[in-house]
Write a protein that binds this ligand. Structure first.
Ligand SMILES: Cc1ncc(COP(=O)(O)O)c(C=O)c1O
Length: 380
C-alpha cells in the first residue's frame, strides 16, 4: 500500500503575492507633521508655534465652560446626530440639517469628500500648492491628482484648473483663502467654477479661513452655490477663527441629502466628542468672541506685514491667519535658523527654488520674537 504525503502548508506557494500595505496606500505622499513638544498636557513654552495656523487667542470662556460641563457626561457616547449644533448651523447658514455633516476637524471631511466622489483610476483637479488633506483622500481612493499651479498672487487659478479637466475628473478642489498662500478667490472665479465644473464632478470648496475672509469683504460663496446643478461641498472648521483646534471639530455643507447620506456611510460612529460638540455650539453662539479673535488676528497680521516688509522680497496678500513671505535669499536656511532658536514656521518649496515661509499670526510677543530672529537670520 502506498502512502500519500501531503505538502506542508508552509511550503505551499502563495497564489498571488499581496504586499501589505497595498501599493496605492504605500505610495500615498503626504507631508509629515512636525513633532511639537508638550509639557503637562499643553504646548511647551520653549517653542513659539507659528507653523500650524492655530489661533493665538484662547477659546471663548463660554466654550470652555460648555466643554467642562459636557465632561460630566463623559461616560456616555456623544450625540452622533449633533442635534443642537446642526440646528444652530442651520439657523446661521440656511442649510437644512440633512445637508450638514460633522467631522473630527474639517480635514476628516476633506478625505471623505474624495472617498465619496472617486473610484480607483479617476482624477481630481487641485491647485498647487494647497492644503494637502483632500489630496490624501484622492490617493486613498486610488485616484490621481492633476496639479495646477497657483496664480502669482497665491490664489487658485480657476481658468487654468478648468482647462485641466479630463473626462475622468470626478473632483475639483478649491481652497479659498488658499493655504499656504492666503490668496482669496473673487466672485467671478467662483461663479465660473460653479458654472463650468461638470455635473459629473464633485466641486469641493475648502473654507477653513472663511470667517477671516468674510470679515475682510470676501465674496460669500455659499449663496452662489444655489446656481449649481451638480454636487458640491463646502468644508468649514472650528479650528481657526473659533479658536478650538485642539478639540478637532469641523462641518461640511453639501448640495443635497443624498450626498450627505454618502458622507454618513463613510463616517465613523461618534466621531466628534461630547466636549467638542458642546464647545463648538457655545463658540458659534459667542459672536463677540469670534469677532474679537478675527479683529486681533487681522490687526496683528497687518502690524507684522508692515514690520517684515523692509526685510522681504514679497509678502503675499493674505485673507487668513497667516502670512506667506518671500525673501531676497533662499528660505530654507532661514527656516532652519528660526527653528534652532525655538521658533517654528513652515517652509514652502514655492514658487521657485528660493522657496517661501508661511508664518502663522501669533500674539504681539510672538510676532516680536519672530521679527527679531528673522531680521538677525537674514543679516547673518
Ligand atoms: C485650508 C485648510 N483646510 C482644512 C484644514 C484642516 O483643519 P481642521 O482639520 O483642523 O478643521 C486646514 C488646517 O490648517 C486648512 O488650512
Amino acid at each position: 500500500m502506498t502512502q500519500t504525503t501531503l505538502p506542508s502548508p508552509a511550503a505551499a506557494p502563495l497564489a498571488t503575492p499581496h504586499p501589505i500595505p497595498v501599493p496605492h496606500i504605500a505610495a500615498i505622499a503626504f507631508p509629515a507633521l512636525p513633532m511639537m513638544p508638550e509639557e503637562n498636557g499643553a504646548p511647551a513654552a520653549s517653542v513659539t508655534r507659528l507653523n500650524l495656523n492655530e489661533s493665538a487667542t484662547p477659546p471663548s470662556p463660554k466654550a470652555l465652560a460648555a466643554a467642562q460641563a459636557a465632561l460630566e457626561a463623559a461616560h456616555r457616547y456623544p450625540d452622533h446626530h449633533a442635534l443642537a449644533l446642526t440646528t444652530e448651523i442651520t439657523a446661521r447658514t440656511g442649510v437644512a440639517r440633512d445637508r450638514i455633516v460633522l467631522g473630527n476637524g474639517s480635514g476628516e471631511l476633506l478625505v471623505q469628500s474624495a472617498l465619496v466622489a472617486l473610484s480607483a483610476g479617476d482624477a481630481a483637479v487641485m491647485p498647487s500648492p494647497t492644503f494637502p488633506t483632500c489630496g490624501k483622500g484622492v490617493q486613498m481612493a486610488g485616484a490621481r491628482i492633476i496639479n495646477v499651479p497657483l496664480r502669482a498672487d497665491g490664489a487658485n487659478d480657476v481658468p487654468a484648473m478648468l482647462a485641466a479637466l479630463t473626462p475622468d475628473t470626478r473632483l475639483f478642489y478649491l481652497c479659498t483663502p488658499n493655504n499656504p498662500t492666503g490668496g482669496l478667490l473673487n466672485a467671478a472665479d467662483v461663479a465660473q467654477a460653479i458654472a463650468e465644473v461638470p455635473d459629473s464632478c464633485l466641486l469641493v470648496i475648502d473654507e477653513a479661513y472663511h470667517e477671516f475672509a468674510a470679515q475682510e469683504g470676501g465674496d460669500a460663496v455659499l449663496p452662489m452655490l444655489a446656481a449649481r446643478k451638480g454636487p458640491w461641498v463646502i468644508t468649514r472648521t472650528f479650528s481657526k477663527a473659533y479658536c478650538l483646534a485642539g478639540l478637532r471639530i469641523g462641518y461640511a455643507l453639501v448640495s443635497d441629502p443624498g450626498l450627505a447620506a454618502g458622507f454618513a456611510r463613510l463616517r465613523h460612529n461618534f466621531n466628534v466628542s461630547r466636549p467638542s460638540l458642546a464647545a463648538a455650539l457655545a463658540a458659534l453662539q459667542d459672536d463677540a468672541h469670534v469677532a474679537q479673535s478675527i479683529a486681533r488676528t487681522v490687526q496683528e497680521r497687518q502690524r507684522l506685514a508692515a514690520a517684515l516688509a523692509p526685510h522681504c522680497a514679497q509678502i503675499l496678500p493674505s485673507f487668513a491667519n497667516f502670512l506667506t513671505v518671500r525673501l531676497h535669499q533662499p528660505a530654507a536656511p532661514i527656516v532652519a535658523a528660526l527653528q534652532a532658536g525655538g521658533i517654528a514656521v513652515q517652509y514652502l518649496g514655492w514658487p521657485d527654488t528660493q522657496g517661501a515661509i508661511r508664518i502663522s499670526i501669533g500674539d504681539a510677543a510672538e510676532s516680536d520674537r519672530l521679527l527679531a530672529a528673522l531680521i538677525a537670520a537674514v543679516a547673518a
